[in-house]
Ligand binder design. Structure first.
Ligand SMILES: Nc1ncnc2c1ncn2[C@@H]1O[C@H](COP(=O)(O)OP(=O)(O)OP(=O)(O)O)[C@@H](O)[C@H]1O
Ligand SMILES: [Mg+2]
Length: 537
């Protein structure tokens, strides 16, 4: 029923038209008349004087309806900036028993607030308003007993929760997923649960294929949570590319010098190339290092070497051997004319900081190939893929694994040049999308944030701190759900990032667990709305 219909219905069906014409909405169950619009009313921000008996009822973030009877208009908005006043200071001689049902005569307000207008209710939908609610208009709070659907068609969207005070169901616009979502809040605020709600909804109500990177392994990786239809990939079983292995090795050895890191890079590449050459020559013994190095410099097709390496890893027939690697490394160091002291240093570091176990336990047994997993995602074979990164012990490698996956998806999406319909979820995103120290994952995340929407490739990033998301990532995220933040500097960042947070500063520290503001493109109400996240296991 539209407002106009409602108005007429109440008007004609009432036995007391005179009273009704002054107060139409107040008859509806679940709306509470709390005050009246005062002067300085604007189209977007409407000052309200709160009646005495509602002083202990009105709270910031409540949903309000402003009924302008004179102009026959109805506005929806959110209560902000409520303050209680001291009449001894504001006007001690004035009466305070203001009762908007009966009189608008001047009295000193004991409490005032603003209603930040979301829009005008016109024929069941919300429209941007330039009209200004008249002073004297009545202000009602929407309580949980009011059925908002009587006035407004609220789009269903992805059901994440309910407006905190009115209980109105809030759905995120699924069209906004392509434009990326961030979930931010201090530890324990309920980010991961909220992300799970988003994933569940995306799977149920859209055609997105979802890949989740589970940093801790605690939140997403239990298959029973998803009713079984999920592909959980163990991060410690993913075959790493040679550059990743070299990075991890060099980090382990504590090599900061670029040139010395390059030696490791060369040794890893040569080790793999020799292994593949030996296989292709049908020899059971290893190809000679001299031969492998010569081929590496001359005409070896490295792409097919890496392909071959993955193939052998998949079948478990590529073997990493500590002793052999030391030989290769020493060969490379000699070739590079390093001092013998450097050769000794590398040997010691390899033994003390890396060791046999790294090669035999960590590098061997990595039989999951990123390309295969991505193929299953893109072909629609698995709609939900969870990469459990908790078992990957090397911190550096986690970032590379995320990078390998996202890069593979990105490259294939660009190749096909059609809509991909992929949602990549990165919880604990400060480990992967930060401004410094998150390469190479941060680079590809920034690229997807920038260009992903063209290809239907959306990101959901959850993090405790706003500043831990690199500015070039943040700048391209269009929907933000945020709760209590860690510090004042996080709040300052939020304000710079998201419009319309003027009054939220007072409320933000008070938020309970599971309470998030929904702001940005995905919010069907245009102004940040306080949502209590639905039950999520
Ligand atoms: N929507 C919800 N439904 C049910 N319980 C919830 C919900 N949100 C939060 N909780 C409760 O709060 C706890 C913390 O939630 P969650 O793990 O999602 O927080 P978080 O913000 O991801 O924390 P961290 O930053 O430490 O990862 C949960 O273990 C659960 O008990
Ligand atoms: Mg979490």
């Amino acid at each position: 029923m539209t407002f106009h219909h409602l108005f007429h219905w109440i008007y004609w069906s009432s036995w007391c038209p005179l009273l009704v014409s002054q107060n139409t909405l107040g008859h509806l169950r679940g709306l509470r008349l709390v005050g009246v619009v005062t002067s300085e009313s604007r189209a977007s921000r409407v000052p309200v004087r709160v009646s005495r008996d509602s002083i202990d009822f009105v709270r910031d973030e409540m949903l309000a309806l402003i009924e302008d009877v004179e102009e026959n208009k109805l506005y929806l908005g959110v209560v902000k900036g409520s303050v209680k006043r001291d009449i001894a200071i504001d006007g001690s001689s004035l009466p305070t028993n203001f009762d908007p049902e009966r009189s608008l005569s001047y009295t000193a307000p004991l409490m005032t607030c603003y209603v930040e207008v979301i829009g005008e209710v016109v024929d069941g939908s919300l429209e941007l308003n330039f009209s200004i609610p008249r002073p004297g208009s009545r202000v009602y709070i929407v309580t949980v007993d009011f059925d908002v659907a009587m006035l407004l068609r609220v789009p269903e969207g992805l059901h994440v929760g309910f407006h905190k005070f009115s209980g109105m169901r809030v759905g995120l616009d699924p069209g906004s997923l392509d434009y990326h979502v961030a979930v931010l809040g201090a530890t324990g605020t309920g980010k991961s649960r909220l992300v799970k709600a988003l994933v569940e909804e995306a799977l149920a109500k859209t055609d997105y294929k979802v890949i989740v990177f589970d940093h801790t392994g605690l939140d997403y990786s239990d298959p029973s949570r998803w009713g079984g239809s999920v592909n959980v990939v163990d991060g410690s079983r993913i075959a790493l590319t040679p550059d990743v292995i070299a990075e991890v090795l060099a980090d382990r050895m504590g090599l900061a010098n670029e040139q010395q890191r390059d030696y490791i890079f060369l040794a890893v590449t040569l080790y793999i190339a020799r292994g593949i050459l030996a296989g292709s020559m049908g020899k059971s013994s290893l190809a000679s290092l001299e031969y492998a190095f010569k081929r590496l410099l001359e005409n070896l097709d490295l792409e097919s070497v890496i392909e071959g390496y993955f193939k052998l890893s998949k079948s478990g027939s590529f073997k990493w051997d500590f002793r052999e690697f030391l030989e290769v490394l020493d060969y490379c160091l000699t070739l590079m004319n390093t001092w013998s002291s450097t050769r000794v240093k590398f040997k010691i570091l390899s033994h003390v900081r890396v060791g046999r176990r790294f090669f035999e336990n960590y590098l061997n047994g990595r039989s999951a190939i990123v390309g295969d997993v991505v193929e299953d995602i893109l072909s629609g074979k698995s709609r939900l893929t969870i990469v459990d990164l908790s078992r990957e012990v090397e911190y550096e490698a986690k970032k590379f694994i995320v990078y390998q996956f996202l890069k593979e998806v990105w490259d294939r999406v660009l190749e096909s040049r059609g809509r991909a319909g992929i949602l990549a979820v990165i919880d604990e995103a400060h480990n992967y999308a930060c401004a410094r120290g998150c390469e190479p994952s941060s680079g590809i995340i920034a690229r997807i944030a920038r260009e992903g929407r063209k290809w239907g490739f959306g990101l959901v990033l959850a993090s405790q701190r706003v500043i831990d998301l690199a500015p070039e990532v943040r700048g391209n995220i269009n929907t933000v759900l945020f709760s209590r933040v860690q510090s004042a500097s996080d709040y300052d960042e939020l304000k710079r990032w998201i419009e319309g947070l003027q009054f939220i500063e007072q409320t933000l520290p008070l938020l309970a667990r599971r309470e998030f503001y929904l702001a940005g493109l995905g919010n069907p109400f245009r102004k940040p709305l306080l949502v209590r996240v639905r039950d999520v296991s």
